[in-house]
Design a protein around this ligand. Structure first.
Ligand code: ADP
Ligand code: MG
Length: 255
């Protein structure tokens, strides 16, 4: 998978090829404050975090610890209030709105916590939607959706409506929808409508397969410390700060 950022793709100045040792995503002293008029919420406090291509990182922490804020920052959906974020060596503050959008669409797949599947649309239709928005032909959208559903283990399920599925299958469908644009990085916010359940082994296994076999960098944020079982690395967040960052010596130890 080609991860080189070449902003000339969108008619901009070509970017130099970054060295391979450069982290894919780098937060440096990154803080996020939300101004609420008479009070300020500090979602992230001076976070230093490098995520390299090919990693599967679980970001775990209690509710309100800043997991979603971190995920939005990594996915270029929100900017740090102070400190910096670089995606493949490109400082996010140097990006125009147009470039930010282009990078998001080119590199990232998002799996929101509540899945956000359209209830009145079949699975295939849901998964095809991101490509429809990009103006691809209906035929290409549908065939790509079928492929993404198959990768997520939902082959032969494309005709079903979301309400006909259990929450594991809905999670797989949301993952398929994130995969349909062939992302390099998958950002998964929790794993279901309820946060008090352990990560379903089918979802954990699927994310691991996407990481090891499809070479997709995976960042999973969740309240469930046990989700670290599926990842090579567990980063614990508390009160918006990184408390612990533990890597497994070898991915082989997982199997
Ligand atoms: P988590 O995903 O770990 O539950 P969040 O990243 O959603 O935590 O939120 C971290 C903190 O930032 C919380 O105190 C939350 O209330 C606050 N916060 C998050 N988003 C906003 C926002 N848009 N406006 C105000 N406060 C916010
Ligand atoms: Mg959250």
């Amino acid at each position: 998978m080609n991860l080189d950022i070449n902003l000339s793709d969108m008619g901009r100045t070509p970017a130099a090829r970054p060295p391979a040792s450069l982290p894919l995503m780098r937060l440096t002293g990154a803080s996020k404050r939300y101004d609420q008029g008479d009070s300020v919420r500090e979602a992230l406090r001076s976070v230093d975090l490098d995520i390299h291509r090919g990693e599967f990182a679980a970001i775990v922490g209690p509710s309100g610890s800043g997991k979603s804020a971190l995920m939005k920052m990594l996915g270029l959906l929100e900017a740090p209030t102070s400190g910096g974020y670089q995606f493949q060596g490109v400082p996010e503050q140097s990006l125009s709105t147009e470039q930010r959008l282009w990078l998001r669409r080119r590199f990232f797949g998002f799996v929101p916590q509540a899945f956000n599947l359209l209830r009145s649309t079949s699975l295939q239709g849901n998964v095809a939607l991101p490509l429809m928005y990009r103006g691809l032909s209906a035929e290409r959208c549908q065939s790509a959706a079928m492929r993404a559903l198959a990768v997520a283990g939902l082959e032969d399920q494309g005709h079903k409506m979301p309400d006909e599925l259990d929450s594991t299958q809905q999670g797989k469908a949301a993952i398929a929808r994130a995969l349909v644009c062939n992302p390099s990085v998958l950002l998964v916010d929790s794993t279901g409508p309820t946060s008090d359940q352990p990560l379903c082994p089918h979802i954990g296994g699927l994310l691991r397969t996407l990481n090891t076999e499809h070479r997709i960098t995976v960042v999973l944020v969740t309240q469930q410390a046990s989700a670290g079982h599926w990842a090579q690395r567990t980063v614990s967040l508390n009160g918006g700060a990184v408390e612990q960052d533990i890597s497994r010596a070898a991915a082989g130890a997982l199997h």
